[in-house]
Structures are given as C-alpha cells and as structure tokens.
Design a protein around this ligand. Structure first.
Ligand code: FUC
Length: 773
C-alpha cells in the first residue's frame, strides 16, 4: 500500500513539474476572440478549427490604408504664449478652448477611430481563407490547440471512424503560412477552398493549384495607397484538384498542404513579385523541412527563457477557457496558468514582429491580428501608454532584439517630429504627440483632452532601457543625438511656473484624465502634469549619463544639470498623502481613472522605490488604493508592475487574477467593465488590445526579478502561493542572464551569466551579497 501511495505521489509530482505550454479547447471557436493566433511578425493566421467550415483570419502587419500627411498646424506657435498665460492665471478651461482651436492638428487629423476614411489610415484585416469540408455526419473526440513552445496550432477530431488532423504554423524561416490537412485513412481529404475579402481587390485569379490576389488600399484622399498581394498554393498527395468559380476543389487526397503568403508595397518592393517568389520557394520545400526550418528558428528564441511555478496538481488536462474561469475563482490552484500566461506574452512578441526584416514594424494595438477593416482606434500606435507597454517585457524576457522595430520607429519619429517642434513652439529638437501610424504621424490629436500629451520623452525611456540591458555602446552612440534632441525640445519649451518657480511643460495633459478647477469648471489641459516632470527628469538624467559613458564632453549637459534642480521633484504629495497627478491638488473627476500616469516614476521609471524613497512608495500605495485594482485590460497589467515594484507579490497576484477575469464582450468600455482575458488569452480592454498581454507578461517577470535599483533583486515580489519554482534566462540590466530555483519562497540556487570578472550586487532572501562572475 505504502509503495502504491509513494508511486502515486511521485507521479503527481512528476506531472506537476511538467507545465505544458499549450492552450487547448474542446470546441471550435465561435467568435474571433476564441481563435488561436499564429504569426511570424509579417503574416498572421487565426484558425477557428470548425469541423465542416474552417475559417482562417489572415493578416499582414503592414496592411495599412492612408498615406503620409503633414498634420502640423504651423500657426500654432503664435498661440502658445497666450495659452501659457491663461494657465499661469489658473484659467485652464479657457486655455483648453484655445488649445482645441489653435494647438491641435490640422485637416482631417489623426482620425481617432475613423482612420480608414482619412490620410491617417488604419491597420486592417487582410482577408479570410475558407474551407468547406465534404465529410458528413457527427464528429467526436474534438480538440484544438496552440503549442506556444513550438508556435504551431492543431485541430483533430474523428468523423465516420476516420481521425482527421489539421496543423497550422506561420514559418519563422520562410515567409509562408502552412496548413497541413491529413487523416489516418487514405483518400479522406476532400474540400473546397477559397479566399475572401470584399474590399479593394483588383485581381483575383485562380489557376490550377494557385490563387493570386492583388489590390490597393485607399490613401484617405480619394486615391490609391499601398498595394497588396497574396498567394495560396495547394499541394496534394493522391486525389484530384480542380477549379470551380473562385474555388479550389480537392477530392480523395491522402493529404493536402496549403501555403499562404502576403505582402504590401510598404516594404518598398512589388508585392506581386514578392509573393510569387516566396510561395514558389516554399513550395519546393517538403513539409518536414518547412517544419524543421520553422521550429529550429522559433525554438531557439522561445527557449531562451523557461519558467515553472509548481502546482500540487497539474492543470494541463483542463481546457484553457475553464482554467481561466477557475483561476479567477482561486488563483492558488493553478500556478501553471500564470507561467503559461507569462510565456504567451513572449510568444506574442515573437509572433507579432520580425526584427530581422528591413522596415519591420513593431506590434500595433492588436499586435498583427485583426478581423475588421476599421479596427478599434485604427489599430495604430498609441503613445501615451500602449505602444510602450507592448515593449515592457522584451528586455527582461530575453528578447532584446524585439525592441529594434520600435526603436527604428522612434528614430523615424525623431526626424518627422522636428517639424512638429517648429510648428507648435518654433523650437529646436523633436517632439511627437500621443499617437502615430506607419506614415510617421507626429502632430497632436484633434482634441486637447486626449491628444495633447507629448510622447517623445517617454519614447526615449525605451532607447535608454535598451542600452541599460545590453550595454551596447555603439548603439548608445547612435541614439545619443536622438536623446539629446528630445531634451533640447523640452529645454527650449518649458516655462517657469510663477507660483513655484519650477520649470514645467506647458500646455500638456496627464494622459486622458481631467480635473475640477476651484471655480467648478472641468479641464484636462495643465502645466507640468506629474508624468511630464518625471519623464523630463528621467530624460535629462539619461542624456547626462550617456554623455559620461561615451566620454563626449558635451557642454549641453552642463545646462541640463543646472536645469535638473529647477524641475519639480519627481513626486509631490497631496493633502491626502497621495502622489499628486498635477501641480495643484485638484479635485479628481474620475478617481479610478484607468491611466495612472503620475506613477510613471514607479514603473517604468524608478524614482519611487520602497528602498530608495520609502515615503514616496507609501504615497504610491495610497494612490493605488484609491485608483482601485480594476480598470481596462492594460490598466490592470500596469498595476501588476506597480505592485511588483512595491514588493507586494500577493497584491500583484491579485491583480493578475483581475487581468485574467474571463471576458466575452467586444464593446468598448473605458471604466473596466468587461475587462480581462478572452478564451484565446487575448487581453480584453475591451475590445481586444494586446498591450495588456505584454504588460501582464512583463509584470510576472518583474515579480521574479528586478534590477533597476543598482543591484539584482532575486524574487522581489513572490506571492505566497508561488512557493516553489524555477526560472532560467531572465535578463537583468547590465547584460546579465539569471537562472534560479526557489523552494518555500526562498532562493535555493542561482547562477548569473555575464562578463567574466564582473562583480555585481545581489539581493537574495533578504541579504545583499557581492557575486563574482
Ligand atoms: C488610450 C487609452 C484607451 C485605449 C486607447 C487605445 O487612449 O486611454 O483606454 O487603450 O489608448
């Protein structure tokens, strides 16, 4: 008996150790947010796994309407002094009226939500690949899955005693999507297949085993913009293939391989020529070799980090949608889901950007996945939290090169943004406001309340963090002028607040939040919102440090050093002991507002810390207590990072639970209703917005490892229920790689990889030690 019990507990333990990196379901997807995302950074596929009529949503990341435009208002600078004067006098609402009149973009602007009709443009769906299968009758043993360790999805079921298998992947090696249809009985593969897209198709050709599509997207001015093209090729073993109308019909095949590729002229090539070349190249490669090429390349990236957080009983055999519901009820029972969600964030990074490709785009509001033509918020790059959050995990999660497409975008914005600096302030340097697109848009949005925050400083945080993690001085030398020119803009445009004498930005907003003035009027426009004060301080510090590291002896930094003492402190406390969001202790109109911009200094910056500024850390806790644990998807993700930085792992886990709240609703809400996670683990703002996935994944890493306070902190915010676990491959600032194992909440072994001879300071189990590599 004892032996049997021993054996059972051994088996349970063995099982608990193996945490499957799979999402899986017992039913086909009914709505898009149940379909499983595949992508190679250029193209994407989302199969719904339906038995009789499979529908695969297709994507290409540069599928953007619109065209370049100069939306800067070159007369804006003549209003800036008047706007600033009104702000000095506390007449923020009047200042806001003037901003709305003279200090926003011109023309049709940023098309907040209707970009497909204006030059701003809109990221959109590519089309659909539809299969009609000829099998009849009931099916059983249904299962569909996404294996994120392999970047491959599958669907299997039994029909008429025949077991069918569909495998799907988007290759990391050649730019094709692959669907393989097979069965355990010969001659069983029979279907009709076609491509569907209503809009902007100019050519649809079907010839033998190939479908070719070409078209062009509207440029938002009544003309044509980007050209696009796609090709599909069907390769069968046995059976017959013929064309009927716009369909390819396959009968009695033993197996079928469907290849897909798409592209646009954004990459400065003819997409028709490109897709023909790619599909023909892939068609010459056997399925086995296509798979080998893909899995080698993907596997080498994904496997850089492994994480397992032990469970007493493994939940691998419970479908993912049920796990999600169970986790929300009690997150203690399924640590494996937290590990899976963490790795899913890394999977999405790898799948939604292709840093090796020239002109590669960073993931947008939806990564690279979309099923609509007019995507929410144009599927663009919002720069007052969202595009930044998309990159919060890349460094710590050992995917540093996946910062590159965003950094390239920032370099381009730094060029375009010199026009905006001139137009609005007649200032040198560069500035970009709260959103951009693939066309290099830098002007403010159409409305002050959401469109008037500058993002250039925040973008520089990414330039600087990439250096902090990589210590690549050549890279730093390359981006130093961009950091410097961003600082030059702020330095040239900040004004002295007559009340405090501090140098502040003006006009600005604390992203999308508003307050009540003493006269009872409502306004969003202000001088020196806290987030700006923190960002400018961080930027000046970065320029000063970079100048020293590179030994540039740049005189400009002398001025910056002097200016630092004239900036408001990174944190000013309100009468209630919270971090003030604005220079004045205004009455908040929406105390639970989703943006928590005034805690920028807690994350991503590091002014607020339980170690170096404990009073401010207490104030941050009070701020978060009033803000609440809920909010939109991305807002919840941000709060995981806040609590991790405050070293409160249990609270971070509680917010992870809020982030993983099962979500079904696609309608846009702002206050947190319906927010959480869809069955396919996509984050629900709602609607789907990918930032929460990336932020949530970064949050889990931040619970396990931190390195912003001058030392490497192992397990800084471990929840009580994550008792035992191990992680390999996380990155710390200084270009160090960290492996560790913990038991009962204590580190029992660890290894830090880096430059031989380096001595680094480590905080582990409450003790600081010096570690030699
Ligand atoms: C900002 C946020 C919204 C949404 C949008 C895409 O405007 O305030 O919640 O995430 O970006």
């Amino acid at each position: 008996m004892r032996i049997i019990l021993g054996l059972i507990s051994f088996l349970i333990l063995a099982n608990a150790n193996g945490q499957d990196m799979k999402l899986w379901y017992e039913n086909p997807a009914d709505q898009w947010e149940e379909t499983l995302p595949l992508g190679n950074g250029l193209i994407g596929m989302m199969p719904n796994g339906k038995i009789n009529e499979e529908n695969i949503v297709l994507n290409e990341i540069s599928m953007w309407s619109g065209s370049p435009q100069d939306a800067n208002n070159y007369r804006a600078k003549s209003s800036v002094t008047e706007i600033q004067k009104l702000l000095f006098e506390g007449k923020n609402n009047e200042a806001e009226d003037l901003v709305n009149k003279n200090f926003v973009c011109v023309g049709e602007g940023s098309g907040h939500g209707n970009g497909s009709e204006v030059p701003f443009g809109c990221f959109q769906n590519f089309g659909y690949l539809n299969f009609l299968f000829f099998h009849q009758g009931e099916s059983s043993d249904y299962k569909r899955w996404l294996d994120i360790e392999k970047a491959k999805a599958g669907t299997s079921f039994t029909n008429n005693g025949i077991k069918y298998l569909r495998e799907y992947f988007t290759s990391f090696d050649t730019n094709v999507g692959v669907v393989r249809l097979s069965a355990d009985k010969k001659k069983s593969i029979e279907f009709a297949m076609h491509f569907y897209r209503d809009e902007n198709i100019e050519e649809y050709e079907i010839e033998g085993n190939e479908i070719s599509i070409a078209g062009s997207l509207p440029d938002g001015r009544g003309g044509k913009g980007l050209k696009f093209a796609a090709k599909f090729k069907v390769i069968i073993k046995g059976g017959t293939l013929k064309n009927h109308d716009n369909q390819i019909i396959v009968k009695e095949a033993d197996e079928a391989l469907v290849l897909f590729t798409a592209s646009t002229s954004y990459y400065e090539h003819d997409p028709i020529v490109y897709v023909a070349k790619e599909i023909n190249k892939a068609a010459k490669i056997s399925y086995a070799n296509l798979w080998k090429g893909h899995s080698n390349k993907y596997g080498s990236l994904f496997s850089r980090v492994s994480l397992s957080i032990e469970d007493s009983i493994s939940k691998n055999d419970i479908p993912t949608d049920r796990r999600l519901a169970d986790f929300y009820k009690d997150p203690r029972q399924d640590n494996g889901l937290a590990a899976l969600y963490y790795q899913f964030g890394r999977y999405l990074t790898l799948s939604s950007s292709a840093p090796d490709v020239p002109k590669a785009l960073p993931p947008n509001l939806q990564g690279l996945w979309a099923h609509q033509i007019q995507t929410p918020w144009n599927g663009d790059y919002h720069l007052n939290i969202n595009a930044q959050m998309n990159h919060w995990g890349v460094e710590v999660s050992n995917l540093s090169e996946y910062h590159k497409p965003f950094i390239e975008m920032i370099k381009n914005l730094a060029k375009e943004g010199t026009k905006t600096a001139k137009a609005y302030y007649g200032a040198p340097g560069w500035v970009v406001y709260m959103m951009t697109n693939i066309w290099g848009y830098t002007a403010p949005g159409e409305q002050a309340s959401w469109g008037s925050s500058t993002a250039s400083g925040w973008l520089c945080n990414h330039l600087w963090e990439h250096y902090q993690f990589t210590k690549d001085e050549d890279y730093l030398r390359e981006v130093y002028p961009i950091l410097k020119d961003a600082a030059i803009f702020y330095q040239a445009t900040m004004v002295k607040d007559p009340k405090t004498g501090w140098l502040v930005t003006s006009p600005s907003v604390s992203p999308e939040n508003a307050f009540e003035l003493p006269n009872g009027k409502r306004a969003a426009v202000a001088m020196g919102p806290t987030i700006d004060n923190q960002i400018v301080r961080e930027l000046y510090n970065a320029v000063i440090s970079a100048n020293e590291i590179l030994d540039l002896k740049d005189d400009f930094t002398k001025q910056l050093k002097a200016d630092l003492s004239l900036l408001p402190p990174a944190v000013v406390l309100s009468s209630s002991g919270r971090v003030m969001e604005w220079l004045e202790d205004y009455k908040e109109i929406e105390p639970q507002h989703r943006h928590v911009s005034h805690l920028y200094g807690l994350y991503p910056a590091n002014f607020i810390s339980p170690v170096s500024s404990p009073d401010w850390a207490e104030a941050a806790k009070k701020t978060l207590a009033v803000r609440g644990d809920e909010g939109t998807g991305w807002s919840r993700a941000w709060k995981i990072l806040f609590w991790a930085r405050l070293h409160d792992g249990d609270h971070a886990l509680e917010i992870l639970r809020q982030l993983l709240k099962p979500a079904f609703n696609q309608n846009t809400t702002y206050g947190g209703a319906g927010a959480g996670t869809y069955p396919n683990l996509f984050c629900a703002h709602p609607p789907f917005q990918i930032d929460g996935n990336f932020g949530g994944s970064a949050g889990i890493a931040e619970m396990l490892l931190q390195s912003h306070d001058g030392y490497i902190h192992l397990l800084p915010a471990l929840p009580e229920f994550w008792k035992d676990g191990k992680v390999k491959g996380l990155k710390a600032r200084g270009n160090y790689t960290v492996d560790m194992e913990w038991k009962n909440g204590k580190v029992i072994s660890y290894k830090i990889h880096g430059k031989k001879g380096d001595k680094i300071s480590i905080l582990k189990n409450g003790t600081k030690i010096i570690y030699s590599i």
